[in-house]
Write a protein that binds this ligand. Structure first.
Ligand code: CA
Length: 226
């Protein structure tokens, strides 16, 4: 799961980044309006944490442009020092999923992120189920046909990515950016992705998983279920 932190205050930005990285999120950051806008146009995120008062413009404008784009489904949590009720209402009206006033506890931020991801991907459920595979994202567990399946960290991230996109064509580049971070576009070697996917497919097959990750020649992959 990849999160974008839009925050100009360096200390808070780094604190939040470190805390979320410990929870195994891939974290990207933007420290002003322009860099946030470019990131939001160029990359896909699972959740955006948005400060309102930024050098160069307002977080509300960023939210507006996101909601007018084809990434309008991306969950957004506003993090603001402004505790005014008008700001909360405006943020939620513009389509933000949640609003957290600064200062906040990292534990609360973490719980809010989990909650928006649960709502977005799993209709509020703690677990995600595809065929005989069940993933429990809150504690990174995978169960296949009633048995725990041990996966490496990236294998797990890749599995969750596909389970959230069942039946959809997955572009290998978008997959790589989501699992390894935005700067993947500066790399042109997909070998390590192929290796991770190969291992994941073998482990799923050996465990008797019913969903399958299939290669789509020249484009990427698709998770299908018989
Ligand atoms: Ca600010």
């Amino acid at each position: 799961m990849k999160i974008l932190i839009v925050e100009d205050e360096p200390h808070l930005r780094e604190l939040t980044r470190k805390s979320l990285e410990k929870e195994r999120y891939v974290v990207e950051t933007a420290d002003d309006f322009r860099s946030a806008l470019l990131k939001m146009e160029d990359y896909e995120y699972d959740c955006i944490l948005l400060d309102l008062m930024l050098p160069g413009g307002s977080g509300f404008s960023l939210l507006k442009s996101l909601k007018e784009s084809d990434r309008r489904e991306t969950p957004v949590i506003i993090l603001s020092a402004r505790d005014a009720i008008e700001d909360k209402v405006e943020g939620l009206d513009l389509g933000a999923d949640d609003y957290l006033s600064k200062p906040f506890h990292m534990a609360e931020l973490s719980a809010r992120i989990k909650s928006v991801l649960r709502r977005k991907h799993r209709a509020g459920n703690a677990a995600l189920e595809v065929g005989n595979v069940t993933v429990y994202p809150d504690d990174f567990r995978v169960v296949v046909g009633g048995k725990e399946l041990e996966l490496g960290r990236k294998e797990y991230d890749i599995l969750l990515y596909f389970m959230n996109r069942l039946g959809r064509l997955v572009d290998k580049h978008a997959l790589a950016e989501s699992i390894w971070g935005d700067h993947f576009d500066q790399v042109d070697n997909y070998d390590f992705i192929y290796a991770q996917i190969k291992n994941l497919r073998r482990k799923l097959k050996e465990a008797g998983a019913t969903p399958e990750i299939r290669a789509v020649y020249g484009f990427g992959y698709k998770m299908l279920i018989e």
